[in-house]
Design a protein around this ligand. Structure first.
Ligand code: PEP
Length: 253
């Protein structure tokens, strides 16, 4: 069964009581959704335990993940969180290489290390790739995205991609309300899949490539209908329970 994956990235938003409330709503309203949809939220670290508790009912299949991780498993790294700690807490996913972190100086090498340590600890990396507006306007989209992807393949090997999620997130569409058109997104998703297929056809077929960049309940259907779009990484719209629930229900078709 092909599952459509919807992951909410809460970024640096919310309070403990807000996290608890939105999780109660999501758990209640999404209880009847079919297994054709995979759902997860990525709260701030400090809200994870609250989220984890809300998801602890045995029949609940919503999962949670982190927005970042340190490259090392343990040590004197003040203020950092390790993949071991995330695994201990019951997380499933880790967003790796989000453009907001790349823009803050995260290198391809560090991203590959984070990807590796995430998998070593039994977690699933959600590897974000995406171009800036200037790069798109210069016709560099595919080159930029594939270079970001190759940096991880170089360090971790092509087989590692089979246990990961790729999120194509054009930077110009993140938090701007400007979504890539379904055609624009599909073209890049296809290009990523074709690139993977040159190295390993099984990985290319099985890896999930989700789209992120101003996904909402109005544009989700057209995006999810594309042949190579396997779901969405949702920022702003995941902070509104009704919107996120609608997007998850749209994915359930
Ligand atoms: C994101 O930050 O990953 C994202 C896709 O944000 P938004 O949906 O708000 O554009």
């Amino acid at each position: 069964m092909q599952q459509t994956l919807v992951i909410g990235n809460w970024k640096m938003h919310g309070t403990l009581s807000w996290s608890q409330k939105i999780m109660e709503t999501l758990v209640g309203e999404l209880a009847g959704i079919s297994e054709k949809v995979g759902i997860a939220v990525c709260p701030a670290y400090i809200h994870m335990e609250t989220v984890s508790r809300a998801l602890s009912k045995p029949e609940c299949f919503i999962r949670f993940g982190a927005q970042n991780v340190h490259t090392k498993e343990e040590g004197a790294f003040t203020g950092e969180i390790s993949a071991t700690m995330l695994s201990d807490l019951g997380a499933t996913f880790v967003i790796v290489g989000h453009s907001e972190r790349r823009e803050a100086g995260e290198t391809d090498k560090a991203i590959a290390e984070k990807f590796k340590v995430t998998q070593t600890n039994g977690l699933v990396p959600v590897l974000c790739l995406g171009e800036s507006l200037v790069q798109r306007e210069h016709g560099e989209t595919e080159q930029v995205v594939l270079n970001q992807l190759d940096a991880v393949i170089f360090e971790c090997g092509i087989d590692a991609l089979s246990d990961s999620i790729i999120a194509y997130e054009p930077i110009w569409a993140i938090g701007t309300g400007k979504t890539a058109s379904a055609d624009q997104a599909q073209t890049v998703h296809r290009c990523i899949r074709d690139h993977l297929a040159e190295k390993n056809e099984v990985v290319a077929k099985t890896v999930k490539i989700i789209y992120g960049g101003s996904v909402n309940s109005t544009n989700a259907k057209e995006l999810f209908d594309q042949a190579d779009i396997d779901g969405g990484l949702v920022g702003g719209a995941s902070l509104k329970a009704e919107e996120f629930i609608s997007i998850c229900k749209i994915a359930d078709y």
